[in-house]
Design a protein around this ligand. Sequence first.
Ligand code: SAM
Length: 231
Amino acid sequence: MNAADDKTIVREYFNSTGFDRWRRIYGDGEVNKVQLDIRNGHQQTVDTVIGWLKADNNLAELSICDAGCGVGSLSIPLATEGAKVYASDISEKMVTEAKERGVQALGNSENPTFAVQDLESLSGNYHTVICLDVLIHYPQEKADEMISHLCSLAQSRIILSFAPKTCFLTLLKKIGSFFPGPSKATRAYLHREADVKAILERNGFTIQRTAMTKTRFYFSRLLEATRQSAE
Ligand code: SAM
């Protein structure tokens, strides 16, 4: 399967069965045990990122690009904290849901802005570019291109999460219990941390903070990398 096929499949998935599944996981209604585990794991990843940004005490001064924003799980709290957030996602359905959640949380605010756009076609410049739990849908070669493009949009900082290619997860993936839902409809790709770090470094970034979220069914390695701001 080539990368273009991966992208088409991912877009269609998140506009159909994937939308229904992930909207529920990223919500607060009743879900099954596996989905609840993934919901809690994902929330930990979101909370870690928010914690990092809040600790710097300058959120209200930041412009943030949330690439592959889903239903706004990160964008909405960041906007609530005062950051200027430009959120986008390849799936129209996810973006429509994100907009509704944004209105519920913040009223008819212009912040965050939500757009239907694949991250490869994003342009502009943001203090911080964030891309959570998106790379899992793409093979390493494509992920490298995506990361390089995201780096080109980031003035100072990039924050990425991915499912790390460890012996344990490779085994789980083989026996089919890793990300059990989506892996049936879309492929789940694991990435070697060394490869992700190498592409960030090649783009002039230096790793700063790292974290790992690990629950029964959710595994996400989080990296923050910065470069000397051009400002
Ligand atoms: N980042 C969000 C979060 O953590 O709450 C959503 C994560 S969800 C597992 C993956 C999201 O990535 C989906 O909403 C999907 O539509 C989006 N996505 C996948 N490929 C994309 C691409 N090439 N460009 C933009 N969004 C993409």
